[in-house]
Design a protein around this ligand. Structure first.
Ligand SMILES: Nc1ncnc2c1ncn2[C@@H]1O[C@H](COP(=O)(O)OP(=O)(O)O)[C@@H](O)[C@H]1O
Ligand SMILES: [Mg+2]
Length: 368
């Protein structure tokens, strides 16, 4: 097992977090991936369990069709240790998903016994993992239910709008119902606004969450960031794809806030936890070449991470200064096109367009 140079105090016993909301498209997979990466960067040994048959986390950290997987374990064709796959990130392992997991959902496969099964399979020796993060499918089916039963806490990502709040409400109700029965120790670790644009609707959502679920909503939220969409296309966690972008900063602060909450829930001494030390460790580790072999965004500004401060997401609008200038390559190509167009359209037009092309060539050269 890879050991961390900045090994923090071990989390023991392992803390299992289900990332779940009744509603789809709220950022469950994005949060699962980036939270796992940041926990690993903080020095914790982390396992991401992808139980969504859509396999989104799997395609980023492993490959579809990877085996043995969870279904092989449930069918007793493999043991859980064999289903742990190393990833391209230090300290981070994955149990990949498979489309065969839908068989659990529809109950078509009578060899499979869900519910408490997942909890039993995800029980590891105390020194194996600090954190297990479960990326759940949307909808409260057998898979999500077994994930909640296997978990110590639930992180509920949400976007803004009435339906999202409804989704949060129903998820909290489900957790309360489980606490009264199958999972007495289960807690909501936090509600996270995972795609914050600073609109009036977003601000209203924050207010509503604050009044309905007082103390549960994370102070830090994840701002909308086109880099997350670019990273998705490249099949990379955005915190590795672009370390300097504002959402990476948000994920670092979220991870530190979550660690602080777990620290308090476990009644550990205050002196053992420092928000600033955690964020600094994550920031430094994300920048170490040995931490991952994920290819970074070629356009990314890698001179520093984000421009925020703790709780940077609290002031509303995503900061326009966070957005990177267009890449110099694009400017160079535009200049060449204008210049050629000028040449083709004759001397007088070329004289007119020439200075524009020249300015663009100069700007591109300066950016380089
Ligand atoms: N902060 C963000 N900024 C921009 N896009 C985001 C952000 N968070 C998530 N997304 C995008 O939103 C979509 C839904 O996110 P995803 O994590 O797949 O949700 P879920 O797993 O709940 O279905 C994806 O295309 C993802 O890249
Ligand atoms: Mg998903």
């Amino acid at each position: 097992m890879t050991s961390s140079p900045n090994a923090p105090t071990r989390i023991s016993p392992t803390h299992t977090i289900a990332i779940y909301n009744h509603k789809g498209g709220v950022g469950k997979t994005t949060v699962s991936l980036n939270l796992s990466v940041c926990l690993a960067a903080a020095g914790y040994r982390c396992l991401l369990v992808d139980i969504d048959p859509q396999q989104s986390s799997t395609t980023v950290l492993s490959r579809t069709g990877a085996s043995p997987n969870l279904v092989d374990v449930i069918r007793k064709q493999a043991v859980i240790e064999d289903a742990l796959h190393e990833t391209v990130v230090q300290n981070l392992w994955i149990i990949p998903s498979t489309r065969a997991l839908t068989l659990l959902e529809t109950g078509l496969d009578d060899r499979v016994r869900p519910n408490h099964g997942l909890k039993r399979y995800l029980t590891f020796s105390e020194d194996r993992f600090d954190f297990v993060v479960i990326d759940c499918p949307p909808a409260m089916g057998l898979l999500s239910l077994s994930a909640l039963i296997a978990a110590d806490s639930v992180l509920i990502p949400t976007t803004s709008g009435a339906f999202s709040i409804q989704g949060v409400q129903r998820t909290v109700e489900t957790v309360n119902a489980l606490r009264g029965g199958l999972s007495p120790g289960l807690v909501v670790n936090g509600i996270l606004v995972s795609l914050f644009e600073g609109t009036r609707r977003d601000q209203q959502t924050l207010k509503d969450l604050g009044s309905q679920f007082s103390g549960l909503t994370y102070r830090n939220r994840i701002r909308f960031d086109p880099e997350i969409l670019k990273a998705e296309v490249k099949r990379a966690p955005s915190t590795l794809f672009n370390r300097a972008t504002h959402s990476t900063q948000d994920y670092i602060f979220l991870t530190a806030e979550l660690l602080g909450r777990i620290h308090r829930q476990r009644r550990l001494p205050d002196a053992d936890f420092s928000f600033d030390a955690v964020t600094q460790t994550i920031t430094e580790t994300l920048g170490k070449p040995e931490f991952t072999s994920v290819a970074v965004d070629p356009d990314a500004d890698t001179t520093g991470i984000g421009n925020g401060k703790p709780g940077a997401g609290l002031d509303g609008e995503p900061d326009a200064s966070d957005r990177k200038p267009a890449g110099s390559k694009r400017q160079l190509a535009m200049a060449a096109v204008i210049f050629l167009a000028g040449m083709l359209c004759g001397g007088s037009l070329a004289t007119w367009l020439g200075p524009t092309a020249l300015t663009l060539f100069q700007t591109a050269a300066n950016v380089n």
